[in-house]
Design a protein around this ligand. Structure first.
Ligand code: C2E
Ligand code: MG
Ligand code: MG
Ligand code: MG
Length: 283
């Protein structure tokens, strides 16, 4: 077939490949406008103290309601946005919404932190620290209420620069968490120097924790290491009650997952926290 021939003899000019690249470029051009056109929506997922079931925080997660492609999850456009250098304005927008929600929580005397995912590319922006400081001042929100989540893999590429940036952020007073922990390859010496307070164990180890010896061994090692380094451990992807029970027995204090709540609209968070605390109190 003609297409086949074109592919094998000159892969670069394969028509599918060209349209694929145009497709990606088109999507990124649209992303620049998606924020202004209110196509990006923020969800939030609660983080729970496993034993007391208290809500400690909420993690903000972005979605894109694309006019033609329908609902896109972050994994469908964020990596591309990072590569094309359009992630920073998106991060700024997410941070602003997160800090506004923190102001709302404070006004209602709800004590709960908010976590925002920060991309590796954001860490290379020198003005990131100043912009966060300004945002917190403008909305009169305490820095300690904001948690920034960084993927372990984001630090591995440029560890020295990442370390400097994290130290500036920590000086500001925001809390730092290492996301998707266990999937990167940070050295223990590097980890020990990081000004982080939490490690989030990757979902892939947690989903089947109740029936996987390998994942139990890995998670156990992470929990022990984290204790030695004075990090709080957060398990992500708790779906089964058996997994929750096992994590408690293993000494993991915090978690998030569909067992407690699937991500839902950010606007609904203050009310959700109130309802959750209320239903807990009436057990
Ligand atoms: P993450 O930061 O590790 O977030 C946790 C992901 O696990 C979320 O997927 C969440 O919906 C999912 N999850 C949590 N509990 C469960 C569970 O019990 N079962 C299952 N099946 N999934 C669970 P989501 O929302 O698709 O986000 C994927 C990733 O996209 C995030 O992983 C984060 O790395 C990135 N991301 C999301 N929002 C943003 C953002 O605003 N900025 C940046 N830079 N990255 C973001
Ligand atoms: Mg995260
Ligand atoms: Mg994660
Ligand atoms: Mg993830």
């Amino acid at each position: 077939q003609n297409r086949q021939w074109m592919h094998s003899s000159s892969g670069v000019f394969h028509p599918d490949l060209i349209s694929y690249n145009n497709d990606k470029l088109g999507l990124m051009a649209e992303l620049r406008h998606a924020i202004g056109q209110q196509q990006l929506k923020l969800h939030i997922q609660p983080q729970i103290a496993l034993s007391s079931r208290q809500v400690l925080a909420g993690e903000v997660l972005v979605r894109w309601h694309h006019p033609r492609r329908g609902l896109l999850g972050p994994t469908e456009f964020l990596e591309l946005a990072e590569q094309m250098g359009v992630i920073y304005p998106l991060t700024q927008w997410v941070l602003e919404k997160a800090v506004m929600t923190l102001a709302e929580l404070a006004a209602q005397e709800i004590h709960c932190k908010i976590a925002v995912n920060i991309s590796s590319k954001d860490l290379l922006q020198d003005e990131l620290v100043d912009s966060i400081e300004l945002l917190l001042k403008r909305h009169r929100v305490q820095a300690s209420q904001l948690v920034l989540e960084l993927k372990e893999s984001a630090l591995v590429a440029e560890p020295d620069k990442a370390m400097r940036m994290l130290k500036h952020l920590a000086q500001l007073g925001v809390e730092l968490a290492l996301d998707d922990f266990g999937t990167g390859f940070s050295s223990l010496a590097y980890l020990r120097e990081l000004p982080i307070s939490q490690v989030k164990v990757d979902c892939s180890f947690i989903f089947d924790l109740h029936r996987s010896d390998t994942h139990t061994a890995i998670t156990g090692a992470i929990i022990d290491m984290a204790k030695n380094m004075n990090f709080i451990v957060v398990a992500e992807g708790i779906e089964q009650p058996e997994v929750e029970q096992k994590l408690i027995a293993m000494g993991c204090a915090r978690g998030q997952g569909f067992l407690y709540a699937k991500p839902f609209a950010l606007d609904a968070f203050p009310e959700w926290v109130k309802q959750w605390s209320y239903s807990k109190a009436t057990y």
